[in-house]
Design a protein around this ligand. Sequence first.
Ligand code: APR
Ligand code: ZN
Ligand code: ZN
Length: 376
Amino acid sequence: MDTAGKVIKCKAAVAWEVGKPLSIEEVEVAPPKSHEVRVKIIATGICGTDDHVLTGSFPKVNYPVIPGHEGAGIVESVGEGVTCLKPGDKVIPLCLPQCGECSSCLKSNTNCCLKTHLCEPQNLMPDKTSRFTCKGKQIHHFLWISTFSEYTVMPDSTVVKIDDAAPLDKVCLFGCGFSTGYGAALNTAQVMPGSTCAVFGLGGVGLSVVMGCKAARASRIIGIDINKEKFIKAKELGATECLDPQDYKKPIQEVLVEMTGHGVDYAFEVVGCLDTLTAALASCHLGCGVCVMVGVPPLGSQLSFDPMLLFTGRTLKGCFIGGWKMKDSIPQLVSSYMAKKFNSDALITHTLPFSQISEGFSLLHAGKSIRIVLVF
Ligand code: APR
Ligand code: ZN
Ligand code: ZN
């Protein structure tokens, strides 16, 4: 392409400092260096985590920064040594790398690559420099992928080629929200056919858990939310019944244990709140129930619960991006989507032009949306 090797000027949403709204700016995007890829983003979802970046509740972010991590796009150019991708390839940037070399990547039972932001800062490219500038200032990357920019540069370990026919304004959700929830049911819990599941929180991620439980042929899927408006879509996507804890005098875990006899086989916390996490654990079947923690806990919080819940045989499991080794799994998820194995499109309540990103965040804050997709 004629832009290869040159600086590209384009629109991006910049968070200049904590607590300030995003501002759309013209930024300069430098060409990719060795083992990097420059991608033209076509569509990007807005995830709660992007909002955490704006409020300063996501750890280890440097400002100014370009957030966004649920995107899909087309490779514009590649740096030296990149063999897995070429210009024109449709791709999904990965918020969790799969370097293929670290001890986690070499194990079959974890997706927590040691290049993840939990282990290594991703605010600059691996060579500790940024590819973004704006008004003469260096702008930081977010999770190495910064999808709130029309062009963005990322390491080749954090991007994967997908089916040429995939609709990018739909499959962008596989970069985070959908994969996180769907994988929590299929990979982390490994829901068994005929089982009973409870899903606490019916936002985009919780609804993806519901879809995963359905795909695993659970016979009972109980959705729990304090916003009854969420029940319609939850039932459409596979929930067999829905409960609002505010309708009961008893704690919701007691209601669930009574409803099911001895508790549910699998409970998923998809709110990001400690109270719902302990309620989910306590609603699990004595001796064998599995509670999966999907929601991101409040920064710096400490968990406290009756250890007898675990002593008596329940399991509490963490789940990071649905347990997927992303480079291996995202193309397969896209193929399953193309084969209509699940309907992740149902999560998209709004598709807006990128210029309306602030309206998108307002919808998110008002609880009126499930997933918002921005298109460039
Ligand atoms: N009990 C049950 N449901 C609750 C409660 C509660 N106490 N409090 C809030 N909820 C519901 C909200 O009404 C909402 O429908 O939880 C849902 C959360 O949905 P979203 O805010 O849309 O969040 P989502 O994008 O689905 O992510 C959920 O997973 O990835 C993480 O950071 C993310 O921690 C967040 C969680
Ligand atoms: Zn790795
Ligand atoms: Zn996300």
